[in-house]
Design a protein around this ligand. Structure first.
Ligand SMILES: Cc1ncc(C[n+]2csc(CCOP(=O)(O)OP(=O)(O)O)c2C)c(N)n1
Ligand SMILES: [Mg+2]
Length: 716
């Protein structure tokens, strides 16, 4: 809190959030002290998706743990200054040793967490990862659940029996502008949805102050009253006096009033909500980790801006409260018993209990017992052995007169990669129900479609060579019609190098129009997460699906792809180009350790493919500058086409109009000096290459003690 207040005093409008963490502090602290396990030699460690704008509180804890320096904490949101600072949201580029999961865009954290939990099962079932009781925890805002992505994939989690997944929804009943469901009840609504979807639902609504009353509530009067009061009114109780609560809440029935007649107004006002009661939260988390067979959601009722009193607690403005005056700071200090003097408190100083104080000892002991600090981003990079040139050579020869589409070439290449002894098992083909369109059904039988339960039925096409084979060790992720889900799988597989030390190489093939246009924000999240892999935009271009509406005619995805700095986008025309891009891509991402990813568009138009020109082998790119020329000739000699052989063009050689062989009697009208095509050196899209992390130490770096190279060159 002091961090945000100080930053905003120094610089008007710098931003940051106080009230979200204030509501969730107990939820996090119970997790940190009892449940979230760090990664050790013996345990993979748990993965925690933090609510993005709760970052300040997580920094405060890391400061207490000694992982973040005073200088950093005083440099909040100034991560580009000379001195090290802290990013306002989880950011794996600006704080590469700390944050794993970028969650700034709400709704993406929950869906990414679901597919991450599923990917862990996939890796285990395919023998790439040792089975363990590793958990994925996801903190979610109650307002955030309105995003379609938050709830859109919840049935996948129960269908796949993901008991390695726990959601904690911070039900503070408020979002940015006001109540989440003023006239309704968000907790009941979420309970219905998750229970209906087959999740284990645990509600932590009331703190233990309420237990004696609930015990006395033999006729269910109190529970009935609790049920009928809507969220907007519960928010009102936060800012109201005990007298008001007695009258408005209990006063509806004389028997309820009787129940609380021995309670003072002050007592009534202070009765805690479940999410602020550490014992209740502990009990919920314990039940969640012990539950088997389905994912768990903990719905914890909290108060937004808890502890801020008149300066924000439960108020509609609380989300944006960043400044506290002296009086408000004093009230906060007194409420939580922080030993700061009256003179000092106005300056919003940082407070850190002495190292040998019981609370600091406890905090350190607990993290030690749980396997180390969290969050920590600690890529365990193992170098990949590249497949030899042989695998790609076939694609460099051209197809002669045979006409093929680039999609076919790509799918054939994918199949060969999957059969490679070295990297075959690491390839993760991901498809949102378009395998047949792209000819990928050819992969079904040989590699299998992943299903944890195997195949419980006899498929209708069992007799066919390419039947629909589901298997527990299946390699293909057939996601069904969900580009968002498929992209979340892509992110999980493309960041497994960092989260699990496994170099999985995802190939996500989709209708190109349903990529950037539809799930562009997840593609940004992939970029932020330092994800690797190949996005394949199939059926691109505006030619083949004309007539199906503009939503099917992609002429723009490359424009959108250009805006993502660590994404390399290509629109190859020939098979040899795809081979060069894919081979180079695997080398750069997995051998040299660059945190980049690729977007390759392919089409379904068939034409003959030329062999690779000489110059391209030397590392160049073939660029065609001109597709048309004008000539004069007798009508009977008008040529159908003018062919030229590009195979012999060497690096940096150019072919001009004047070099073309025209048909008999034809003379060139176009400028003879105009360029037709050339083989030029690749222009690096990324100005500077990221330092290969494989060269870095495997030891986690302590933020603040030794700033990493990446911190010095953020946003490269
Ligand atoms: C997709 C998206 N839309 C809007 C925002 C801006 N935003 C940040 S926090 C917030 C309110 C969050 O409310 P809730 O999910 O209930 O979380 P709380 O702070 O109450 O815990 C909004 C609208 C965002 N980060 N992402
Ligand atoms: Mg909320």
């Amino acid at each position: 809190m002091a961090m945000v207040v100080r930053a905003n005093r120094q610089e008007e409008g710098i931003g940051g959030h106080i009230s979200t963490y204030a509501s969730a502090a107990t939820l996090y602290e119970v997790g940190f002290n009892h449940f979230f396990r760090g990664r050790t030699d013996k345990h993979s460690g748990d993965l925690v998706y933090f609510q993005g704008h709760a970052a300040p509180g997580n920094y405060a804890r890391a400061f207490l743990e000694g992982r973040i320096s005073l200088e950093q904490i005083d440099n909040f949101r100034h991560e580009l200054h000379d001195k090290p600072g802290l990013s306002s949201y989880p950011h794996p580029w600006l704080m590469p040793d700390f944050w794993n999961f970028p969650t700034v865009s709400m709704g993406l954290g929950p869906i990414m967490a679901i597919y991450h939990a599923r990917l862990i099962r996939y890796l285990e079932d395919r023998g790439l990862k040792n089975p363990s009781d590793q958990k994925v925890w996801a903190f979610v805002g109650d307002g955030e659940t309105d995003e379609p992505e938050s709830l859109g994939a919840i049935s996948l989690a129960s269908r796949e029996h993901l008991d390695n997944l726990i959601f904690i929804v911070n039900c503070n009943l408020q979002r940015l502008d006001g109540p989440v469901r003023g006239n309704g009840k968000i907790i009941q609504e979420l309970e219905a949805m998750f229970r209906g979807a087959g999740w284990n639902v645990i509600k932590v609504i009331w703190g233990d102050d309420w237990d004696p009353l609930l015990e006395k509530d033999k006729d269910g009067l109190l529970v009935k009253r609790m049920d009928e009061v809507v969220d907007g009114q519960y928010q009102r109780y936060v800012v109201e006096s005990g007298e008001y609560i007695r009258k408005d809440f209990f006063g509806k029935d004389p028997r309820l009033l009787e129940m609380v007649k021995h309670y003072s107004d002050e007592q009534l006002q202070k009765m805690r909500r479940g999410g602020h009661d550490p014992e209740k939260v502990y009990a919920a988390c314990k039940a969640a980790v012990e539950h088997k067979g389905s994912p768990t959601i903990i719905l914890a009722q909290t108060i937004k801006g808890y502890g801020l009193g008149a300066s924000g607690e439960g108020r509609n403005i609380t989300h944006q409260q960043k400044k506290l005056n002296e009086e408000e700071l004093r009230a906060f200090r007194s409420r939580f018993g922080i030993p700061i003097s009256d003179e000092d408190v106005g300056k919003a100083p940082f407070y850190r209990p002495p190292e040998d104080s019981p609370e600091m000892k406890y905090l350190q002991e607990r993290r030690k017992a749980l396997g180390g600090y969290l969050p920590v981003r600690h890529p365990m990079r193992s170098k990949l052995r590249m497949p030899g040139d042989k695998l790609f050579n076939e694609f460099l020869q051209g197809t002669g007169d045979r006409e093929i589409a680039t999609t076919m070439a790509l799918v054939h290449m994918l199949s060969k990669l999957m059969q490679d002894d070295e990297i075959g098992k690491l390839i993760v083909p991901i498809i949102p129900d378009e395998a047949r369109t792209f000819g990928m059904d050819a992969l079904f039988r040989k590699f299998g479609i992943y299903s944890h339960t195997g195949q419980l039925y006899e498929p209708v096409d069992k007799k066919n060579l390419l039947y629909y084979r589901e298997a527990r060790d299946g390699q293909i992720l057939e996601e069904g019609i969900t580009e968002a889900g498929a992209m979340s799988s892509f992110i999980a597989a493309g960041t497994a190098y960092s989260n699990h030390g496994i170099n999985t190489i995802p190939f996500f093939t989709f209708y190109s129009m349903f990529g950037f246009q539809r799930i562009g924000d997840l593609i940004w999240a992939a970029a932020d997460a330092r994800c690797k892999g190949f996005l394949i935009g199939a059926t691109s271009g505006r030619t083949t699906l004309a007539g199906e509406g503009l939503q099917h005619q992609d002429g723009n995805s490359h424009l959108l792809a250009l805006t993502v700095p660590n994404l390399l986008a290509y629109d190859p025309a020939y098979a040899f180009e795809i081979a060069v891009i894919v081979q180079e891509g695997i080398r750069r991402m997995y051998e040299r350790g660059e945190d980049i990813f690729y977007y390759i568009t392919v089409t379904n138009e068939k034409y003959p493919h030329p062999p690779m020109p000489e110059g391209v082998k030397e590392g160049g790119v073939l660029q065609q500058a001109e597709n048309e020329l004008q000539l004069e000739c007798p009508v009977r000699h008008i040529p159908e086409e003018i062919k030229y052989l590009v195979t012999e063009i060497k690096l940096n050689e150019r072919l001009y109009m004047k070099d073309l062989e025209l048909s008999e009697g034809a003379t060139l009208v176009s400028d003879p000096e105009a360029l037709v095509c050339s083989v030029t050196e690749i222009q690096e899209e990324l100005a500077e290459e990221a330092p290969a992390e494989s060269e870095k130490s495997d030891e986690p770096e302590v933020i603040g003690e030794k700033p990493s190279e990446e911190q010095e060159t953020p946003g490269e």
